[in-house]
Ligand binder design. Structure first.
Ligand code: NAP
Length: 288
């Protein structure tokens, strides 16, 4: 069973940069309509012009939505319903990022990450799955992260959200088996020209890094063959396949080495674990 990408309507959340933008580019000659979502419509205008130039018959709908606000996600779905747009394929390619030691992370940022990375993908799946089941075809392509399978100091909340989606997607995939709906999770490693453009601007090429274009290509190929889980890039794929075979204690040692590296970062980049945690719900100092 192949997901209905050809001539279908594909909703891409997180389309204005990185992997979402690449997926939009690679689908532009195949899809019938692309619904592109980012936090501001203005950020998507250049992409719309590029896609329409490539394929003048492509329908492009732009929508603004802060994915960390469920009300705005609901508004996007309501607007699509008003325009009689039926989504065939959902691509989740957005993620609320943030590197910080957990004890120093603002509670508001933790909440935004939980809502944006966990609640919103579940809400979108819950709202769109009914239509897909009724039509007997559809798909969800979720761009998660290899980070969900690591012990990752400095990104504990992000790792938690990716691990959470891993359980959700694998379970949902079993629930919809045989209904014509394809659910694929992609767990990339470092992307050279994505991640808010940070890696593209600074420092050396990341170890095992691949381009956003290659990652998108491998993600779409895996989705089309109905894969449950795709690790884009040969080197990253070998590492991710090896990791679960390592004893947990060894994986903790790797995490400890990563924490040691974090402590060496220039002052201020990641705060040290000193002093009292700030801004927790229920505490008098909560402000986030
Ligand atoms: N880049 C990497 O090295 C890497 C590695 C492993 C996994 N991944 C995963 O790949 C996925 C995409 O990452 P990326 O590197 O392509 O990211 P990116 O270049 O930063 O793009 C993220 C997209 O998400 C949107 N977005 C973020 N927060 C949003 C919000 N609150 N509301 C609406 N849109 C929001 C951004 O739009 P706005 O600019 O409008 O906010 C942007 O279009 C993520 O799940 C990430 O975890 C990335």
């Amino acid at each position: 069973m192949r997901p209905p990408l050809d001539s279908g309507t594909v909703l891409i959340v997180g389309a204005c940069s990185g992997l979402g933008r690449e997926i939009a580019r690679q689908l532009s000659l195949r899809a019938g309509t692309l619904v592109l979502v980012a936090s501001e419509v203005g950020l998507l205008e250049a992409l719309r012009a590029e896609l329409e130039a490539r394929n003048p018959t492509l329908g492009v709908i732009l929508m603004a939505c802060d994915i960390s606000r469920p009300g705005e996600v609901g508004e996007v779905l309501a607007e699509l319903a008003r325009q009689f747009v039926a989504v065939d394929v959902l691509v989740n390619a957005s993620a609320t990022q943030g590197r910080a030691l957990f004890a120093h992370q603002r509670w508001g940022d933790i909440e935004r990450m939980l809502v944006g990375n966990v609640m919103t993908p579940l809400l979108l799946a819950r709202r769109l799955l009914g239509q897909m089941l009724a039509r007997g075809r559809g798909g969800i392509l979720h761009i998660g992260s290899g980070a969900g399978q690591l012990f990752l100091p400095g990104a504990a909340t992000a790792a938690a959200t990716h691990r959470c989606l891993d359980g959700f997607l694998e379970s949902l995939r079993l629930e919809v088996e045989g209904t014509g709906i394809v659910i694929t999770q992609v767990a990339p490693g470092p992307i050279e020209d994505a991640a808010h453009g940070e890696r593209a601007r600074q420092g050396p090429r990341p170890f095992l890094g691949i381009s956003a274009a290659r990652c998108a290509r491998e993600a779409l190929a895996g989705f089309e063959r109905g894969a449950a889980l795709v690790y884009p890039g040969w080197g990253h794929r070998q590492v991710m396949r090896l990791l679960p075979r390592l004893p947990r204690a060894v994986r903790r040692v790797l995490g400890r080495l990563a924490m040691r590296d974090l402590r060496r970062l220039p002052g201020g980049e990641l705060p040290r674990l000193a002093g009292s945690p700030r801004e927790l719900p229920g505490s008098a100092s909560t402000s986030a």
